[in-house]
Design a protein around this ligand. Sequence first.
Ligand code: GZL
Length: 311
Amino acid sequence: LIAGAMSFVPMTAMAADLTIGFSQIGSESGWRAAETTVTKQEAEKRGIDLKFADAQQKQENQIKAIRSFIAQGVDAILLAPVVATGWDEVLEEAKDAEIPVVLLDRTVDAPEDLYMTAVTSDLVHEGSVAGQWLVDETAGEKCDIVELQGTTGSSPAIDRKKGFEQAISGHDNLNIVRSQTGDFTRSQGKVVMESFLKAVGGANICALYAHNDDMAVGAIQAIKEAGLKPGEDIKIVSIDSVPDIHLAMANGEANATIELTPNMAGPALDALEAYLADGTMPPKWIQTESKLYTLKDDNMAIYEMKKDLGY
Ligand code: GZL
């Protein structure tokens, strides 16, 4: 190599100064905070000007943000829809303005022509993996379950419940005796778990299924304050694979989690760049992977690896 020779640096496919609006739900969970961090990183990598709007978990704020993006004439819109219904009108307005919309991590009950693609995991499958884990873990032994549901009316809450129920159906030893929303937050997860413990009696609760790890982490606090051992007296399975659930698992205080990648934006922005460059249309659903972690995994190592990723 001739010393000092210019090394060839291939030009990355710079997005011709694209401006993209991102209507984010809020920061209700560690996972959502990580998704925001990663989305900003993915936009930065591509030279995209990302307009970020945090809706504090209110649909009307998301609708306002989308209308503002349309008025600004953005090239595309990313939307993580807090609930599944009530989007048709504003998505029609985006369509009329010929601004493509990509859904992140949740879906909407709207005609498919109102969004370009949805980048999500298989939310029903996540629920069924959680249910199957409990079927295997209890091996026919009687186990009364309490369930912390996600945000009412959101596609993850609907689909994770459906998948879990499908997996435990036909196993009469498994019964959901209480089920209530904890709105995907730690604080509500703790409050609702406290009410479950009072209503059912801690000794009568065999397992907790939480639609996300943050509610499980809140519930762990409530279980401890009730003088019980989370992970032993009450088995805990949840979804997201955030660092703190792996810390809990490393301490034997939770039992299983299903990983949800916070990087929905990478595939979303790739699809948008391709479409905006030459009209390439992606599939209606870009599915992200789901992986089960249990106490058999090196949860401390996973915690260390994930703890600085923006959760
Ligand atoms: C699921 C996503 C959920 C996460 C929660 O795809 O929408 O929202 O599981 C978050 O942590 O609140």
